[in-house]
Design a protein around this ligand. Structure first.
Ligand code: NDP
Length: 301
């Protein structure tokens, strides 16, 4: 997404409890990759706020363990196994979801992988990273699109993304121009970019192509996710579904080896707040960035 589309959020005013409650137990939310980290905390927060929440995880054991932990805190959530990198798993999940719930209000595409330590930049697992972080949310969203309720309160897709995938991280001018041209940008162009990236990884030229320099495969996957979100947002604008991205900032989870400026719990407060914005504040096609320090003491949303 281009820089002018970003919205900065500060911690202080970003709590769901500051929003007049429009949702009920009938409001259904799905969170992917929710057995730990930010996803787990998002499920917890949404369940505490009284929504019906489906916790998904790629591993049955880890997913059920997370559900047990929430049960221990008096929270009842639903569980289904979902590996977003596997199209059959997506199909099975979508069919179970349709059969069990029928309609969906909120989809939070949270699941993602990175195989690098903080200072590493290997692209050894580039294919898995692209398949999980880009094609996962894309294929899952497409499978669930027909099920969105599109009520007067609005249906929502929130893609948990990263500022590492902002267009300004690209040094390749031609690609930058293509991605910035939101009027004409197509899914084919995004997928073309990904094929080009994977090809440059295969033939060993990726370092000289102007891809983002930090966590390159992960950044390219999020770059693609951000761009796809813009296309989807445009497509569904005025049709009851908002599509936004949210970068939680450097957060203490497994992905960062436990390092970070803030906890997953604190991030979930803000993520849930974004997912639950009331209609008059709900936008689409935006990229929300969480800042760790609140110098101005108010949200710039
Ligand atoms: P974690 O590594 O703690 O959690 C990632 C989750 O995704 C895990 O539950 C993991 O499951 C799951 N997952 C991985 N692959 C798949 C798959 N194929 N199908 C289903 N689930 C899968 O990371 P975070 O909580 O930090 O990450 C959450 C989101 O936040 C991600 O989208 C990440 O890119 C984003 N983000 C995180 C930042 C940070 O600083 N932590 C910064 C910016 C963005 P399993 O336990 O089985 O591996």
């Amino acid at each position: 997404m281009s820089d002018e589309e970003t919205r900065t959020i500060f911690f202080a005013s970003s709590r769901p409890c500051t929003i007049a409650r429009w949702w009920s137990k009938e409001t259904v939310a799905i969170v992917t990759g929710a057995n730990k980290g930010i996803g787990f905390e998002l499920v917890k927060r949404l369940a505490e706020l009284g929504l019906t929440v489906v916790l998904t995880a790629r591993d049955d054991g880890r997913g059920l363990e997370a559900v047990r932990a929430l049960k221990g805190e008096g929270l009842d959530v639903h569980f289904f196994c979902l590996d977003v990198s596997n199209s059959n798993s997506i199909k099975t999940f979508a069919s179970w979801f349709q059969h069990t719930f029928g309609v969906l209000d909120i989809l939070i595409n949270n699941a993602a992988v990175s195989f690098n330590d903080l200072r590493e930049n290997s692209v050894k697992h580039a294919e898995t990273v692209i398949r999980t972080n880009f094609y996962g949310p894309k294929l899952l969203t497409e499978a669930l699109l027909p099920l969105f309720r599109c009520s007067p309160f609005g249906s929502r897709v929130l893609n948990i993304s990263s500022r590492l995938g902002m267009i300004n991280k690209l040094e390749n001018h031609k690609l930058k121009e293509i991605l910035k041209d939101e009027e004409n940008l197509s899914e084919n162009q995004i997928e073309g970019m990904l094929n080009l990236f994977l090809q440059s990884v295969k033939n060993g030229t990726w370092k000289s192509y102007g891809w983002p320099q930090h966590w390159t495969d992960y950044s390219v996957s999020k770059l693609a996710l951000n761009s796809y979100s813009k296309i989807l947002a445009k497509q569904y604008k005025g049709n009851g579904i908002s599509v936004n991205c949210f970068c939680p900032g450097f957060t203490q989870t497994s992905m960062t080896g436990g390092k970070g400026m803030h906890t997953a719990d604190a991030v979930a407060d803000v993520g849930a707040w974004l997912a639950l914005l009331p209609m008059e504040k709900l936008q689409t096609g935006k990229f929300y960035v969480l800042e760790s320090h609140n110098h101005s003491n108010h949200s710039k949303l």
